[in-house]
Design a protein around this ligand. Structure first.
Ligand code: SAM
Length: 281
């Protein structure tokens, strides 16, 4: 099993060619290209380092919340780690994903699952600037909030509320109290495929109380010899429980239970989840 610190960073450290470009994609909805998509070259690594049962975002947490017979929407569905499990429980699932390569991997997985073809819809789109013209019973985001600057949160939550039916459920993770990460480069995980050993390391520079620059490096070793080094970098936004719950309430989304904060995993570095509901009329 990976050290606990690896779980804390794995859902948050995603590669990008330019942190500034990520911000631009989020804010203006520009179509991602091979040059500005932070996931353009790494969906394979994404799944490789999240193959274990305890990998984050937590599949069991998001799938377990799926209401019976729900029409569900995942924002930032990536390679479909959560989507396939939710689709197994939902009536329909719509996946909104801005990265063409992450989407391609999900489509490829769906191609091998005939039973899911009629109920999973995969769409190109960037939150918060999306309008699907329909509403859902369950909207969820796993490992996505850290990509969204706090200033864009109200617009994102308004878009989520607009896509929820009255009484509909919304869940997200990465609502954290811990300081923005600041760490020297360290190995987070390693995986072996055939004769290759893949090593993922991460380092972070704290730029402010709620913002870090994260650098993630994938190194490939063949029979012990380093044959590839692929560094990536992006900004990482921290979202705090108080302001998140306030912005959700302003959008008409209120705690589903208790104070709305949920434990997504039993791990000490649980990726702070929030579960809210749109008020029924
Ligand atoms: C850490 S991955 C999580 C993928 C998936 N939810 C999972 O749990 O495995 C984040 C994904 O969200 C996508 N993403 C980030 N910001 C987004 C946005 N504003 N709109 C749509 N997708 C976004 C990224 O392209 C990436 O595929």
């Amino acid at each position: 099993m990976r050290p606990a610190a690896a779980n804390a960073l794995l859902p948050t450290v995603q590669p990008t060619q330019s942190a500034h470009l990520v911000g631009r994609i989020v804010s203006n909805g520009a179509a991602p290209t091979a040059f500005n998509d932070p996931y353009a070259f790494t969906p394979g690594y994404y799944d490789l380092f999240r193959a274990s049962e305890d990998a984050l975002p937590s599949v069991s947490f998001f799938a377990g919340l799926t209401p019976p017979d729900a029409d569900a929407l995942e924002i930032g569905s990536g390679t479909g780690r959560l989507a396939l499990a939710v689709a197994g429980r939902a009536r329909t699932l719509t996946c909104l994903e801005r990265s063409p390569t992450m989407r391609a991997v999900l489509i490829s997985k769906l191609a091998q699952r005939p039973e899911m073809r009629s109920k999973v819809t995969v769409l190109q789109g960037t939150a918060p600037g999306f309008d699907l013209g329909r509403a859902f019973d369950y909207v969820y985001l796993g490992g996505v909030l850290e990509h969204v600057p706090p200033a864009e949160r109200p617009v994102l939550f308004a878009a989520i509320a607009a896509h929820l039916r009255p009484g509909g459920l919304c869940a997200m993770d990465m609502v954290l109290r811990m300081p923005a990460p600041d760490l020297e480069e360290r190995v987070m995980d390693e995986q072996v495929l055939g004769e290759c050993r893949y090593v993922l390391s991460a380092e972070a520079e704290r730029l402010g109380p709620d913002l870090s620059r994260l650098r993630q490096t994938y190194r490939t070793y063949l029979r012990g010899e380093l044959i590839a080094t692929e560094p990536t970098e992006r900004l990482h936004n921290m979202h705090r429980p108080g302001p998140v719950l306030k912005d959700l309430a302003d959008a008409g989304l209120h705690p589903a239970e208790g104070d709305g904060l949920a434990q997504a995993t039993p791990l000490p570095d649980d990726p702070g989840a929030v579960v809210v509901r749109k008020a029924a009329p």
